[in-house]
Write a protein that binds this ligand. Structure first.
Ligand code: IPE
Ligand code: IPE
Ligand code: MG
Ligand code: MG
Ligand code: MG
Length: 293
């Protein structure tokens, strides 16, 4: 049977959304349930969930177990988007084709939805069925705190904001560092999750994720310029207006595209020891730079 990425991605969407639906508070139960559900259940490519499920599959980890990690990372990611869109950050009114949480509700709600999604992620990972033993469960949790916080995504967001007012443009190395934190850290945790769950070495997956994370953010920056609001479900041409530092701003469009292509080839090559079992992860690497949303 030949591998069909489109089908696999659609399956991931269905699986992780069913899991999230289970984990989220019910609308009637609390006033924060509806905006939380708006933020995490309406759309999204579920790339991070896909990386969790496919890296788990590489080692024969039970998909039902891996789904806890897939749901947890999508909660962290959705929280990061809700806060990223706030007026004090990127000030966006559209996300996944819908009004952002602070537009549909208000800013206080958006702050609190982010907080609640972040803690929900760790509540999900704390469940017994999320890993085969306590050591692995703690490893997952501590890895996700590291990837999300002051050493990872939050640091990258801070660097992203600082770059807007920097007196001199960032160097290439500084952009690589910023993007590895902002976007790379959560993608890396997702990709390594399979190895962690299986208690197997994660070296090859880590290298794959480093390259993939950068390529992913380069494509995000390209889509901000060349994309389509309908397809991406986001407002475009935001980065240049805000003075964001991106691969495109520093290298130019053509060199940024070339760089993303090289990174994807690197990511794919690193997985050759896994042979045919790594076909889904190789295919999704290509998708990351070909996607229009
Ligand atoms: C967008 O992430 C924000 C970045 C980290 C660049 P995605 O492009 O994965 O957003 P969704 O989840 O598909 O909406
Ligand atoms: C967002 O990066 C990264 C995080 C939310 C951590 P961007 O600001 O480039 O993402 P978009 O373009 O708004 O989705
Ligand atoms: Mg941003
Ligand atoms: Mg943004
Ligand atoms: Mg962007």
């Amino acid at each position: 049977v030949s591998f069909d990425l489109r089908t696999q991605l659609a399956q991931t969407v269905a699986l992780v959304e069913a899991k999230l639906d289970d984990c989220l508070p019910l609308p009637a139960s609390t006033p924060i349930a509806e905006p939380m559900r708006h933020a995490v259940l309406n759309g999204g490519k579920r790339l991070r969930a896909f990386l969790v499920l496919q890296s788990a599959d590489l080692f024969g980890v039970d998909a039902n177990q891996a789904l806890f990690s897939a749901a947890a990372i999508e909660c962290i990611h959705a929280y990061s988007l809700v806060h990223d869109d706030l007026p004090c950050m990127d000030d966006d009114d559209l996300r996944r084709g819908l009004p952002t949480v602070h537009v549909k509700w208000d800013e206080a709600t958006a702050v609190l939805v982010g907080d609640a999604l972040q803690t929900l992620a760790f509540e999900i990972l704390s469940q017994k069925a999320a890993a085969q033993n306590d050591t692995i469960r703690v490893q997952l949790i501590s890895g996700l705190t590291h990837a999300s916080g002051a050493n990872g995504m939050v640091l990258g967001q801070m660097q992203d904001i600082a770059a807007e007012t920097a007196k001199t443009p960032l160097t290439l190395d500084q952009i690589v560092d910023l993007q590895a934190n902002k976007t790379g850290a959560l993608i890396k945790w997702s990709t390594e999750a399979g190895a962690v769950l299986a208690n197997q070495p994660k070296a090859a997956l880590s290298q794959y994720a480093n390259a993939l994370g950068l390529a992913f953010q380069i494509q995000d920056d390209i889509l901000d310029i060349e994309g389509d609001t309908q397809a991406t479900g986001k407002r475009l041409n935001k980065d240049q207006d805000a003075g964001k530092a991106t691969f495109v701003s520093i290298l130019g469009m053509d060199a940024a595209k070339a760089r993303a292509k090289v990174l994807v080839e690197q990511a794919q090559d690193v997985l050759s020891p896994y042979g045919i079992k790594a076909v889904p992860l190789r295919a999704v690497a290509q998708y990351v730079i070909e996607r229009d949303k």
